[in-house]
Design a protein around this ligand. Structure first.
Ligand SMILES: *Cc1c(COP(=O)(O)O)cnc(C)c1O
Length: 425
């Protein structure tokens, strides 16, 4: 049988027939792949954009231990805006959920993966955002890649800010609607695109509430005015806003007084809301209902693990109890921004805990970040292609869990390092 197959179809089967030769071919294919990848890796190193991961040996928090550095490091680069990722009540709630509901569901939601715990968290999210309903995903990345394709067809149009998060860009790619990319926060350009898009059935404006590289806040009131004028809908990604922007931490829409005018909100449980993992969409019931039927990352990926749900659920309880944490954070942000500005640094963004210390030069940003770490302060330099050429910066992220003293120490280190590099007098 084997011999006959070899005679019929020649070289490929011959390889299978002689195992030694098959292995040799597999090795040579792998050698080819390795050569291609090594060249690619080398080009990343040469471009100076290689990303090294520092290894943390403690819990996430304002004070962490980092492998290779002596003693505690002051951490200013997590999205742990409210300090909830190691909050005792949040951790305890995760443990209780693990105990009661187990490690995980080994199933997607619609087969046998929905527990009352998940339904309760969805109800809580909808209540927090004052929307009709909510649906959980394994991440906000999934929520963003799953929504547009499910909701919109080639009859419809998407209008997306050019600096939206990578996951929105991927979600837009997967969607078959007509696509318009407007200039970053440029209302005139958005209006021009809305006029062009009048010929389509549904128009959905898509923007980050807060843009993570600059800490700048989308002009939602004006965007909602345009959406009214051109009969459009508004979607916002609130990953860098949920839990702490606005008087009660509801987000950018609360901050700008448009909670009842923004139609759909996507956000993450992996930043301010306990920091474990998970994302969601909240908005009109029909939207959520359709996502449960059609959204691929929801339909074909495992249910969020109970301990993760338990942590996020407690984080929301804490925020709905009172708004003290959100206020504490605002005062910390103000402290850092005003001291740094007084010292002569240029800080980008608007009153947001993302505080980009603008430096311009890529090597300067990375050298200063290194010198900060020498002084026990962990901050990250960002340069092209993550941010535009010539706009390198060190991004500092303030958390409600930083003490005033932590912030003073950070500013003091910036003063020393900034003088050393001639950035400030
Ligand atoms: C972090 C982030 C995401 C992804 O959230 P995950 O839950 O970590 O997948 C999506 N959008 C924006 C704007 C983000 O900052």
């Amino acid at each position: 049988m084997r011999g006959r197959a070899v005679m019929l179809s020649g070289r490929v089967l011959l390889a299978a027939w002689r195992p030694g030769l098959g292995r040799q071919r597999a090795r040579s294919a792998l050698a080819q792949l390795n050569a291609v990848l090594e060249a690619e890796l080398e080009s990343i190193r040469n471009a100076g954009t290689w990303k090294n991961e520092r290894i943390i040996t403690s819990r996430q928090g304002p004070h962490i231990n980092v492998q290779g550095s002596e003693g505690a490091i002051l951490n200013f680069c997590a999205n742990n805006y409210l300090g909830l990722s190691s909050h005792p009540a949040v951790v305890q709630s995760g443990i209780e959920a693990l105990d009661q509901y187990g490690a995980g569901l080994s199933s997607v939601r619609f087969i046998c993966g929905t527990q009352n715990l998940h339904k309760n968290l969805e109800a809580k999210i909808a209540k927090f955002h004052q929307r009709e309903d909510a649906i959980l995903y394994a991440s906000c990345f999934d929520a963003n890649t799953g929504i547009f394709e499910a909701l919109l067809t080639p009859e419809d149009a998407l209008l997306s800010d050019e600096l939206n998060h990578a996951s929105i860009i991927d979600g837009v790619r997967l969607c078959k609607a007509n696509k318009y990319r407007y200039k970053h926060m440029d209302l005139a350009d958005l209006e021009a695109k809305l006029q062009e898009a009048q010929k389509h059935r549904i128009r959905l404006i898509v923007t980050d509430g807060v843009f993570s590289m600059d800490g700048d806040v989308a002009p939602l009131k004006e965007i909602c005015d345009l959406s009214d004028k051109y009969h459009a809908l508004v979607f916002i990604d609130e990953c860098h806003a949920t839990g702490f922007l606005g008087p009660n931490g509801r987000g950018t829409d609360e901050l700008l007084g448009v909670m009842d005018r923004v139609h759909i909100v996507n956000s993450t449980l992996g930043k301010a809301l306990g920091g474990a993992a998970g994302g969601y969409t909240t908005g009109p019931k029909a939207v959520v209902d359709l996502l449960r039927q059609r959204s691929r990352p929801y339909l074909f990926s495992n249910t969020l693990p109970p301990p993760v749900v338990g942590c996020a659920s407690k984080a929301l309880d804490l925020l709905m109890d009172n708004n003290d944490i959100a206020h504490t954070m605002a005062s910390k942000v103000n402290r850092f921004r005003s001291q740094m500005t007084a010292a002569g640094f240029s800080i980008g963004g608007m009153d947001h805990p993302i505080c980009p210390v603008m430096l311009g030069d890529a090597r300067l940003a990375s050298a200063m970040a290194e010198d900060m770490l020498q002084r026990g302060i962990y901050v990250i330099g960002f340069s092209f292609p993550v941010v535009p050429k010539g706009k390198a910066r060190i991004r500092v992220q303030i958390s409600a869990s930083h003490s005033d003293q932590d912030i003073n120490r950070c500013v003091q280190a910036f003063l020393e390092v900034g003088r050393k590099h001639g950035v400030i007098p």
